[in-house]
Ligand binder design. Structure first.
Ligand code: SAM
Length: 287
């Protein structure tokens, strides 16, 4: 005998019960996100459709999504996308989920690039390609390149650029390897910056699902940042900028690295909406 068709209200209450039993945070929001994705509507619109009975395939895919959420898999991986700077960015386990704080970094980069004639930008540690794609979209005429060591992340980044209709030259490379001296106007990066010990203390939804390569910045969290800063000093044009997303406890340490690096001058820190310094900036001094 086939089970009776369930309306959204029933699907929600069954899903909520399952996620609560599994101890999942923000169950209601996540369920609404999944339903909105399936229905192709906004999060608030879902509330007006609770009386509707979805087609069998949709209720089956909702159940499958609930099963994945019950393992604490991030909702962005479950629905396969997230919003970043107003763009739909595909995401899955190949790369870190773009975070709102990274939008602060893109804002700083855009401010610097605006009005420049064909600036050359390299997004290092590109992951989903969210930074590179957002800059290519927002700064017409910019020549945007992006690197990552992970071929899987680069495949995803290329798919994002293609879906968004932007041109980005993605390359598999260790940080800035292959870039010529004094050839880049802006190096922008959200590198792995979590210390190895802190990685172990991350929420399960991050620790068990997002790539360790995207998170782990070594013993002090600064392993990748330190290397990237010295490489950036070589590839930047005079007056070119380095902009880095940093951990909310790394401002002093990163400012010190930038101050000590020959060829760079530390400029400033920019804070996120919670007032935490999240972007460190330096300028390449004239050669
Ligand atoms: C924190 S994620 C950032 C992803 C994306 N830029 C964002 O903001 O959402 C860091 C990325 O750096 C890459 N990565 C780690 N070590 C690297 C290295 N030595 N050179 C280039 N990419 C690296 C990882 O594969 C991962 O995709």
């Amino acid at each position: 005998m086939t089970a009776p068709a369930r309306n959204w209200k029933t699907l929600f209450s069954e899903g909520r019960a399952r996620l609560e039993r599994a101890g999942i945070d923000e169950a209601e929001t996540k369920l609404r996100w999944v339903a909105a994705h399936g229905l192709g509507c906004g999060l608030l619109d879902v509330l007006g459709r609770l009386g509707e009975t979805p087609a069998p395939e949709l209720s089956r895919s909702f159940d499958e999504a609930v099963a994945r959420l019950a393992t604490d898999e991030p909702v962005q991986y479950v629905i396969g996308e997230t919003d970043f700077m107003g763009l739909r960015i595909r995401c899955d386990a190949r790369a870190l989920i773009p975070r709102p704080e990274t939008e602060v970094l893109v804002g700083c980069a855009e401010d610097f690039l605006r009005g420049k004639e064909k600036p050359v930008v390299v997004d290092v540690c590109t992951g989903t390609g969210c930074i590179a794609c957002a800059l290519a979209k927002r700064v017409p005429g910019a020549c945007v390149r992006a690197t990552d060591v992970s071929p899987a992340a680069l495949d995803l980044a290329r798919a994002n650029a293609c879906a968004l209709g932007v041109e980005v030259d993605f390359r598999q490379a260790d940080l800035l390897a292959g870039e010529e001296e004094a050839s880049v106007d802006l190096v922008v990066s959200n590198p792995p910056y979590v210390s190895t010990a802190a990685c172990e203390r991350l929420d399960r939804t991050v620790r068990d699902f997002e790539p360790r390569l995207a998170l782990d910045g070594g013993t002090d969290g600064l392993r990748v940042i330190s290397r990237l800063v010295s490489e950036a000093a070589h590839v930047l044009t005079s007056g070119g900028r380095l902009m880095l997303e940093i951990g909310d406890d790394q401002a002093d340490a990163v400012a010190e690295i930038l101050c000590k690096t020959t060829g760079l001058q530390f400029l400033n820190l920019t804070s996120d909406c919670a007032g935490r310094a999240r972007v460190a900036m330096a300028v390449r001094v004239p050669r």
